[in-house]
Design a protein around this ligand. Structure first.
Ligand SMILES: *Cc1c(COP(=O)(O)O)cnc(C)c1O
Length: 471
């Protein structure tokens, strides 16, 4: 071997060694503005509609439900960068940057030539990426002089995140928690109460929407759409109160762009360009936020990437839903969004324990998917928990079931790379930790977990009701 060749090998070794297990951006390199991917989209997401008039909703009308600044963010599809207010940035510093981790141990276990990275968003007490938007929303509510906010929470991560954010800014917080989680996750409820929030299981008798749903579906374990209706109703009937939400709408996706911006900055620093970027998709905010800056580069023709949104086989809005205007909530009081949806009356099977239970999908993610700019796939929950177990045993972190949908597909992609002998770079979003999901893990560990895939006939029941939307 010539000295030149030897030097080359040493350089290659150095280069691979140069990538640390965890990459943390220093404070001065943290993003100072959120990125609005709509600014670079040729086909913009369709406007939200007012459910009363079925016309595009105005800022004034939206302002009755949401805070002023958030309404501006929601409706603005041309401004690319929104500066992060100092108060929000200061809070971000408590738990950001989120580490970008090179999954060396998982790569080794899979014996794959692929290079796997994940952006870990579970490093805060709420345990997920939801805090990124909760703190922004609480800040804008406080700035507007409001006294309180209401919201819904499914698995509990959003309610916990909002409780933390409200405690920080001194706002009252009322959370409608989907009944099955309220019962399954008493510790999450106590975390919220510790941060000062009021927590009500949904559907409840405290709202008209809740009473109506209980009359129609007695004994229901609840759904996100239904909890949203209750929270919106309470916000509209309470002075100096607004509704805030943890996913789906574009303001949330905008705040979550912090995930992708940090991940891209960290990778750029080491000259790494991902080939495949994977995120789990419930309402679409983390996957939308993770891919945003990369998608921007793709839309501007600067780079190319594959993007994959992963959803549960039991709640397949992108892969088996319809792209249509639909209500965001079961009670039909929220604005309508054009999105991939299973129909707002869709209730996921009770046996589904892996989160991501929402019937619709972010209008931005929906439009990108409709334009074939991102791919979507589904995974069954036993496969998801198998992936979670492998990840926990190799990389150490106990992942949230939601996040494990992305892990599962990242593993599948890494195995494909092994079979095709390709050293592709895979980036996925590890959105949270699974400490409050031990009932589900218990079912899996006991071999009691099954898979449920709705039949076309079952999906048709809620999908057919879409024809009646607005009529
Ligand atoms: C809420 C949540 C999700 C899904 O929500 P998106 O809006 O699709 O991001 C995924 N992972 C975790 C840990 C969550 O808490």
């Amino acid at each position: 071997m010539s000295t030149e060749e030897m030097q080359k090998n040493v350089n290659v070794m150095k280069k691979t060694q140069e990538i640390p297990y965890k990459i943390y951006l220093p404070e001065e390199e943290l993003p100072r503005a959120w990125y609005n991917v709509r600014a670079d989209m040729k086909n913009k997401p369709a406007p939200l509609l007012n459910p009363a008039t079925m016309q595009p909703i105005t800022a004034e009308e939206l302002g009755q439900v949401f805070c002023e600044d958030l309404v501006q963010q929601e409706l603005d599809d041309t401004t690319a960068d929104f500066p992060i207010p100092d108060e929000v940035f200061n809070f971000y510093k408590m738990y950001r940057p989120a580490p970008l981790v090179r999954a060396y141990f998982l790569e080794k276990a899979l014996n794959t030539p692929a290079k796997i990275y994940y952006k870990f968003e579970g490093n805060n007490t709420s345990g997920s990426h939801k805090l990124n938007s909760a703190i922004a929303q609480a800040y804008y509510a406080k700035k507007q002089g409001l006294k309180s906010v209401t919201t819904e929470t499914g698995a509990g991560q959003w309610g916990t995140a909002l409780s933390m954010a409200c405690a920080f800014f001194g706002l009252d917080c009322h959370v409608f928690m989907v009944k099955c989680s309220y019962e399954q996750k008493p510790f999450r409820r106590e975390v919220m109460r510790t941060y000062g929030a009021d927590v009500t299981p949904s559907p409840s008798m405290t709202t008209e929407a809740g009473r109506k749903i209980l009359a129609e579906f007695p004994g229901t374990s609840g759904s996100l759409g239904c909890a949203i209706s209750e929270a919106v109703e309470r916000a509209m009937n309470t002075p100096s109160c607004r509704y805030v939400l943890g996913s789906v709408l574009t303001q949330v996706l905008l705040h979550q762009s912090i995930i992708g911006l940090e991940a891209k900055a960290a990778l750029d620093k080491y000259g790494v360009k991902p080939d495949v970027i994977i995120g789990c998709a419930g309402g679409g905010s983390n996957v939308g936020g993770l891919i945003s800056p990369f998608m921007g580069a793709k839309l501007r023709g600067e780079e190319d990437y594959r993007f994959i949104a992963v959803e549960p086989a039991s709640c397949p809005s992108l892969t088996r839903g319809r792209y249509a205007y639909d209500y965001c909530d079961t009670g039909r009081i929220c604005p309508l969004a054009k999105m991939y949806t299973l129909g707002s009356s869709f209730m996921p099977s009770a046996s589904h324990s892996g989160g991501l239970r929402y019937h619709g999908m972010s209008p931005v993610v929906s439009q990108l998917y409709d334009d074939r700019l991102i791919e979507a796939t589904t995974v069954e929950q036993t496969k998801v928990f198998e992936a979670a177990r492998l990840f926990a045993r190799t990389e150490g972190t106990l992942p949230a079931p939601e996040s494990s949908h992305a892990i599962c597909v990242a593993i599948n992609e890494a195995i494909r790379c092994r079979e095709e002998n390709k050293a592709e770079t895979i980036l996925f979003g590890l959105t949270g930790t699974g400490y409050f999901d031990m009932v589900s893990y218990g079912k899996f560990n006991d071999g009691q977990m099954g898979d449920y895939i709705p039949t076309d006939e079952e999906l048709a029941i809620s999908l057919n009701k879409l024809d009646l939307v607005g009529k």
